[in-house]
Design a protein around this ligand. Sequence first.
Ligand code: C2E
Ligand code: CA
Ligand code: CA
Length: 728
Amino acid sequence: MNQAEISIQRFSIAVAWGLSILITVMVPAIYFFISYQHLRSELVVQSVLSANDVTNLVRSNPTLWRYEDLRISEMLEQRSRRTVAESIVIYNTNREVIASNTAVVPPVHIGQKQDIYDAGVVVASIEIYRTLDPLLFSTLLVTLCSAAIAAVIFFTLRTLPRRSIKKAYQALCEKRKKYRSLHESMKEGMAEHRVTFANNGELESFTIIETNSSCTDMFGCHRQDLVGSDSLTQFGASFREYLSELLRVFEHGNSITFELALPERGAYYTTTAYSQSPGIITTLFEDITERKKSEQQIKKMAYSDQLTTLPNRALLLDRLNQAVANATQNCSTLAVFLLDLDRFKIFNDTMGRATGDQLLIEVGRRLQRQIRCSDTLARMGGDEFCFVAINTGKELNATYVAQKFMDSMLPPFWIGSNELHVTSSIGIAVFPDDGSDAETLIKSAELAMYSAKEAGRNRYNFYSPEMNLKAHTRMKLENGMRNALEHGEFFLEFQPIMDAGTRTITAAEALVRWNHPSRGRIPPNEFIPLAEETGLILPLGEWILRTVCRSMKTWNDAGLPQIRLSVNVSSRQIEQQNFAEIVRKALHATGANAAQLEIELTESCLVNHASTNLAEVFDLRSLGISIAIDDFGTGYSSLGYIKTLPIDHIKIDRSFVTDISSNIQDQAIVEAIITMSQKLGIQNIAEGVETLEQLEFLQSLRCDEIQGYYFHRPLSAEALVTLLRAQV
Ligand code: C2E
Ligand code: CA
Ligand code: CA
C-alpha cells in the first residue's frame, strides 16, 4: 500500500467511526426524546380530563365529595390505562390521599399534576404517574437497531475505499493486460522508448523500454536485444534524421509519420510516433518493404522498354534534359541520334512478330556495344532507337558515331535459322544549333531521319544543311577511299632531299597522292586524317611502305644512286599494328635495302616513348633503317625523348623556314635546333625551302640537308629516276 492509499484508508476509518457513533447515539436519543414528549402530552390530556371529572363531582357535591372516595376511585380506575402501569392519585390540599386507583406508582415513571378547583379555589389535586419502562425498552430496542445499522455502515465505509482502489487497480491491470495482448496481436511493430534530457535540456538517452513480437520479428532480433538498447543505434541513420521531429511530439502532442529506411537490411517501414505519457514515445512500424520494392519495380518498368530492357522514351527524355542543362552550363555540345531500321515492317509481316521482336532485341544489343556505359541508348518504340552522345571535350565527332552504328548493322542477324540483313537510317541533331531543349532536338533528329529515308535509306543525315554537306562530302570521300586502294587510285610522288653543301640528291620523301575518279587529285592533308580516323591508314600505310621498298629495289637494280627513301608513318600505325613486323616483311618480300629506308615519325608518336611498339620500331635500326622526326618543333614541348631515343634525322618544320629571312625569332629557333642536333650528333633537314635567301641562311648555319620547292617539288617516280640517272 502506498502513502496515498494509507491516508485514504485512515480517513475512511475515521469517517466510519464518526458516522457509526452518531447513528448509535443520535437515533435512540431522538427516539426517546420524541416518545417522551408524546407521553407527556398524553398525560397532560389525561390529567386535565380526569381533573374535569373530579371537578364536576366537586361542583355537584361541594361538601361531601371528599367522602365519595369509592366512587372517585372507581372513576379513576376507569380513566387509567390498563396496558401500562399507571397510578392516579387525588390529594387534598394537605396532601392526604383522597382517592387512588389500584395501581402502584412505578419506580421509573413520569408524573403529571393537575389542580381541582371549586369556585376558583384549589380544593385538591390529581397526579398521574405512568411507568417509563415501555419507553425505555423500546428505546433500548431502537439503540440496538441503530448500533446494528451503525456497525454495518462502519464496516461498509471502512472497507469501501480500499475495495474501490483494489477494483480500480484490478481494472487497470485488466486494461494493461488487454493493452498488451492488443499490442501482441498487432501486426504493426510497436516499440516504446523512454526519453530523458540533461539539465541543460540536451537529449541524454533514448532507450527502448518495450516492444511487441511483431517488432522483434520485423527487425529480426530478440526482445532482449531491443529492450534496453539505444533506439538511435538500433533503428539506424534514418531514425536519427528524424530525431528533432520525434522530440517535438512532446510539445505539440500530435503524432508524426515518416519513412524509416534500413539500407543494410534492404527494408523500409512507415513509422508513426506519438507520446501518451511524459518522457515516453511509442513508435509503430509498418513494414512496407514489399510495397517499396514493387514501387521500384514499377518505376523500373515505367522507365525501361519491356522488350529490349533498354531505357524507354521517358527515361531518355529525362536524361536528355539533364544533358542539355549540363551542356548549357559547360558551353559544350551534344548530339542526338535517331536510328530507325529500314523496312522493318517487311520483316515483321513476312517472318512474324516473334522474329521481329527478336531482331529488335539483337539490334539493341549491337547498338549498346557501340556506346560507352555512361551514354544513354533508348528504344523509343517500334523500330526506333535513340542515342545521346555527350561531348567529352574534344570536338564531337557525330559522323564517326553514326558510321559506327551503321557499320554495326553490317554483319547479318541470325534469328533462329533466318539470316537477316538489316540497314538503318539515322537522323542527327546537334545541340545547340538544332534545338535548345530535349523535345526539339528529338524532333529535329526525327526530321533528319525522315530525310535520310527519303534519300534512299541506309544512311545518316544531319538536321542542319551545313553539317549535312560536310558529312556528305566526308562520307563520299570515306566511301571512295575504301575502294581507292583496290582500284589503284593511290600513287606516290617523291620529293628529293638535297645535300646542303654538294646540292646533290641524298634522299627522297615518298608522299602519297589520291587520284579521285571524279574529283581529281586530292591532297593528303584532306584524306590522311580521315584515313587515320577510319583505320584505313593501316592498309594504306602498308601499301605505301611496300611500294617504296619495291621502287627502291627496282632503282637499285637499275644501277641508280642508292639514295635514302623516307616514308611517313602515322601514329595510328604504330599504336595499332605490329609495324616493325610489317616493315621486316616488306623488306623481305621486295628485297629492298634496309639501310636506304627511313621512317618519318611525328613528335606525337613519341609521346608514349616507353611503349613496346615504339621500342620495336627503334629496334629496326639494327637492320640499318634510319628514323627521322618529322615537323620538328611543332609537336610537344618536352624534348626529353631526343636524348633517350636513337634518332637519325630531325626535319625542321616548314613553318620556321618560311619566314626565316625576315623573322628573327624563326632564325633563332632554327639556329637553336641546328646547334642542338649537331651537339647530339643528329643530322638535320630543313623542310619547305623555297628561296635562295632561305637556302643561304640555312647553309650559313651549316644545315645538313634541304627539302623544298627551291630545288624540287614532289616528283613522279619517273621524274625522280630521270634526275637520279643524271646524277650518276
Ligand atoms: P610532310 O610529311 O611534312 O610532307 C611535306 C609536305 O610539304 C608535302 O605536302 C610537300 O609537298 C610539302 N612541301 C615540300 N616542300 C615544300 C615547299 O617548299 N613549299 C611548300 N609550300 N610545301 C612544300 P603534301 O604532300 O601535301 O603532304 C602533306 C602531309 O601529308 C605530309 O606532310 C604528311 O604529313 C602527310 N603525308 C603525305 N604523304 C603521306 C604518307 O605517305 N603517309 C602518311 N602517313 N602521311 C603522309
Ligand atoms: Ca614527312
Ligand atoms: Ca614535314
